[in-house]
Design a protein around this ligand. Structure first.
Ligand code: NAD
Length: 436
């Protein structure tokens, strides 16, 4: 099949690479010239395990190409995916300007029947909007269909998730139109939900909102555990092993960040309000999440005293491990609060420091390793649970620190081990380890 993917970001690039890998002819379009030039030169604009190999292999085999020329890409394709950004406005409402710009360009370029697939996360009703915008910009009436095919990949395992999704959701106006996408995805042999357009659009938001709710729920339980002297790790297992609940997304910590959950939660709250429903449950989910970074910094102030003469080694900046994505990273909020409390900050992240540099608020000294960040620091604040941190030489780390003090915002270490190693160790929802 001839496929065009508009928007070559996390979703568009991975989707394009995987469709090419399945034997389709794919052209990925982006209006960011530098990104396209870098991809043509074989340099990935994002860090994603397995992506570079897949892109290189398919580009060399002539199935995958990159361009800024949307018009000719649309004309040569049967199916066009829209995978551009849908950020939040200040009000929480989704900013659809990138989707609208692409829809109008598709309308102008359309020369024969096409299936236009919305892969961007968009509020219910956007399929209709895309149909209207395309129709209004067509130079002459040409038949086309709009399909919703929301994306569920996770950064850090995007290739794996795209090759083996739990389900593929196809919201189409007719069974016949849906079959085009069924055919495209058939080689993956994964369960497919074929439904109408608005239902597919709601499925995406309902899924992300539910996962965000699980995270905020366990974080609220962690607060109770801290106050009551219970251990949230045990509670989490006891709750999550119930097959009706499941362990996934029940890890307590600094809460959710990234380019999806925060904006998708806000967007669903906004959509609900527009439709006349006050989504109080989801408002609380967002509220609990907003308090997490401040909670960690409070914990630090209680244990360390005033932070204005302290140096804190921040380990982990990316919004989660295995990605260099800094969008809505909890580290940014924690660093802002640490600065406000007067702390000096040294930071290290295995891959996200380049992206973090222009975003971190205030003065931050970037270190080439976790050990150098910790050297002479008064405490470590662990903010992203990179595997690399799990395997640090903790004895060496303890010797480097001015005070053997770790604040673990992601519960990466076992408190008992930290006690044996001689650390003072504070984590989320578990009793602190304080040397006697
Ligand atoms: P991104 O910001 O990484 O990529 C978007 C790309 O679109 C950018 O490269 C941008 O230059 C390009 N673009 C914008 N306007 C354009 C135009 N007019 N013509 C051509 N290209 C244009 O975004 P992303 O993270 O890939 O997310 C894309 C969509 O997928 C969003 O709606 C997001 O909510 C959704 N989504 C993201 C993820 C994720 O993990 N990142 C997962 C599921 C769904």
């Amino acid at each position: 099949m001839n496929i065009c993917v508009v928007g070559t970001g996390y979703v568009g690039l991975v989707t394009g690479a995987v469709f090419a890998d399945l034997g389709n002819d794919v052209v990925c379009v982006d209006n960011d010239r530098a990104k396209i030039e870098s991809l043509r030169a074989g340099r990935m604009p994002i860090y994603e395990p397995g992506l570079e190999e897949m892109v290189t292999h398919n580009t060399e085999d002539g199935r995958l190409a990159f361009t800024t020329d949307l018009d000719s890409s649309v004309r040569q394709s049967d199916v066009i995916f829209i995978a551009v950004g849908t950020p939040a406005k200040d009000s929480g409402e989704t900013d659809l300007s990138q989707v609208e710009a692409v829809a109008s360009a598709i309308g102008r370029a359309m020369d024969r029947y096409k299936v236009v697939v919305n892969k961007s996360t968009v509020p219910v009703g956007t399929g209709e909007l895309v149909r209207d915008v395309i129709t209004r910009h067509q130079p002459m009436p040409i038949d086309f269909d709009v399909v919703s095919n929301p994306e569920f990949l996770r950064e850090g395992s995007a290739i794996e998730d795209t090759l083996r999704p739990d389900r593929i959701v196809i919201g189409a106006p007719t069974q016949q139109v849906a079959m085009t996408l069924v055919e495209l995805y058939a080689p993956l042999e994964r369960p497919m939900i074929i439904t109408d357009l608005p239902s597919a659009e709601v499925i995406k938001y309902a899924s992300n909102a539910f996962l965000a709710a699980k995270i905020s729920f366990i974080n609220a339980i962690a607060n109770i555990c801290e106050a009551a002297g219970a251990d949230v790790s045990q509670v989490m297992k006891g709750v999550g092993l119930d097959s009706r609940i499941g362990l996934a997304f029940l890890q307590p910590g600094l809460g959710y960040g990234g380019s999806c959950f925060p904006k998708d939660v806000d967007s669903l709250i906004h959509t609900a309000a527009q439709l006349g429903y006050d989504f109080k449950l989801l408002k609380s989910v967002a509220e609990i999440n907003r308090e997490r970074a401040a909670h960690l910094v409070d914990m630090m102030e209680k244990a360390l005293g005033p932070l204005d003469d302290k140096t804190v080694a921040v380990l982990g900046l990316a919004f989660k491990p295995n990605t260099d994505d800094m969008r809505e990273a909890k580290s940014l909020e924690a660093i802002r609060l640490l600065h406000a409390a007067g702390a000096r900050i040294r930071a290290y992240d295995p891959v996200a420091m380049g992206n973090a540099r222009p975003l971190v608020p205030g003065d931050v000294a970037f270190s080439p390793s976790a050990y150098e960040a910790a050297d002479g620091a008064d405490a470590i604040a662990l903010l992203t649970e990179w595997n690399e941190f799990k395997f640090l030489n903790l004895e060496r780390l303890r010797r480097l620190l001015r005070r053997p003090l770790i604040f673990d915002g992601r519960n990466l270490y076992e408190p008992e081990r930290m006690r044996r190693l001689g650390f003072e160790y504070h984590s989320i929802g578990r009793k602190p380890v304080v040397p006697v």
